[in-house]
Write a protein that binds this ligand. Structure first.
Ligand SMILES: Cc1ncc(COP(=O)(O)O)c(C=O)c1O
Length: 363
């Protein structure tokens, strides 16, 4: 059915009508006072979202641009870094770090398992010479639906004393519900001190330029103006809901989705207790996950995400981040159940998943 597609993928996420309408305005000049007011306002809103008074800089580019910016603005050629890798986005960190000539020590965990904070503690404690310049990791590993214990790992980094933590929070830090195209980098004072020494090549993603412009409520280059309109509207909606309520909603949707999948005999891919609030990866036994996903899309206009790399066909992922409500979760679960029934693959009475999800949602 035309215009009925519901996104239940980890990005792009659904976008509220108000945000779409805000975006549908005629662009304004990016050096105008009107645009400066929007930059000022969105910067304050982003500082609220990141719960920091530090600089939060806006890049026109997807999350990978912010990942690259994090590395090239704080590190130098040959620097030693620890990189957490337990999925596709951890792998991406390793690739970016290597592309810029860093000496990368990878701390791995199996896909589906969380990174082990103890492995970071041990490596950092062994570094008496303080050669490790940064610990780089993904908070919510979107490919596997695992949430890594960023707090514990960052605690070990602080105990080390000199290394920085560089974290990808693309699917963990309050999903903004705007179309893709903007990414944000929050820089601490220590990160700026590292910036002063960093010798990696940079031009478009030189955050010093962004900091200078931000002081004048501006951008160094032409930003995605209409995405800024969307950002302002989306952050207003988020502020009205409040951070605690947003966190609680995501936790509830994760519980409901996981309970539903377990109730219909579909094992979760992420290790028990380490599921991301943003996304639930499901590893259906004896079922081709891609066929199921395609059928759900065809029959119900609900887009689920597939498995990446070696997980293709083995895993499907239900995104429940951003502008997602209880109805979306119930509908997705019902669509999965109905599709399993259609395909003759339902293992239990159809409705068991909806019932389990509904019970969690009403708790
Ligand atoms: C954990 C994570 N990191 C980074 C990204 C950024 O990827 P891209 O630049 O392809 O949007 C994503 C996007 O899905 C993500 O989920």
């Amino acid at each position: 059915m035309q215009d009925k597609l519901t996104l239940m993928i980890p990005g792009p996420t659904p976008v509220p009508e108000t945000v779409l309408q805000a975006m549908g305005r005629h662009p304004i000049g990016h050096r105008s006072a009107d645009f400066q007011a929007i930059v000022r306002r969105t910067t304050e809103q982003l500082q609220w979202l990141h719960q920091t008074k530090n600089d939060v800089l806006v890049i026109t580019g997807s999350g990978t641009a912010a990942m690259e910016a994090g590395i090239i603005n704080t590190l130098s050629r040959g620097d030693r870094v620890l990189c957490g890798d337990n999925g596709k986005f951890g792998e991406r960190w390793v690739k970016v770090a290597k592309a810029f000539g860093l000496e990368v020590e990878v701390i791995k965990a199996e896909w589906g398992q969380p990174l082990d904070p103890e492995a970071f503690r041990a490596a950092l404690e062994a570094d008496a010479a303080k050669a490790i310049k940064a610990v780089i990791l993904t908070h919510s590993e979107t490919s596997t639906g695992v949430i890594n214990d960023l707090e514990a790992i960052a605690g070990h980094v602080r105990a080390h004393g000199t290394a920085l933590t560089i974290a990808d929070c693309v699917t963990s830090l309050g999903a903004c519900s705007v179309p893709p195209g903007l990414s944000f980098v929050a820089m601490s004072e220590r990160a700026w001190a590292a910036y002063e020494c960093s010798d990696l090549p940079k031009f478009y993603l030189d955050l010093g330029k962004y900091r200078k412009s931000a002081k004048a409520d501006s951008n160094p280059f032409t930003p995605a103006i209409n995405l800024y309109f969307a950002l302002e509207a989306a952050l207003e909606i988020m502020q009205a809901e409040g951070l605690e309520a947003i966190f609680a909603r995501h936790a509830r949707h994760q519980r409901a989705t996981s309970a539903a999948m377990k109730a219909i005999g579909m094992p979760l891919y992420a290790a028990e207790g380490h599921g991301s609030p943003a996304i639930t990866a499901v590893a259906p036994e004896g079922i081709d996950a891609e066929s199921l996903r395609k059928e759900v899309r065809k029959r119900f206009d609900i887009l689920l995400a597939g498995g990446q790399d070696h997980l293709k066909g083995k895993v499907f992922r239900i995104g429940h981040l951003g502008f997602v409500c209880d109805r979306d979760v119930l509908t997705a679960v019902a669509a999965i159940e109905a599709t399993l029934q259609d395909l003759g693959l339902a293992k239990v009475t159809v409705g068991a998943g909806v019932s389990a999800a509904a019970a969690e949602l009403s708790r």
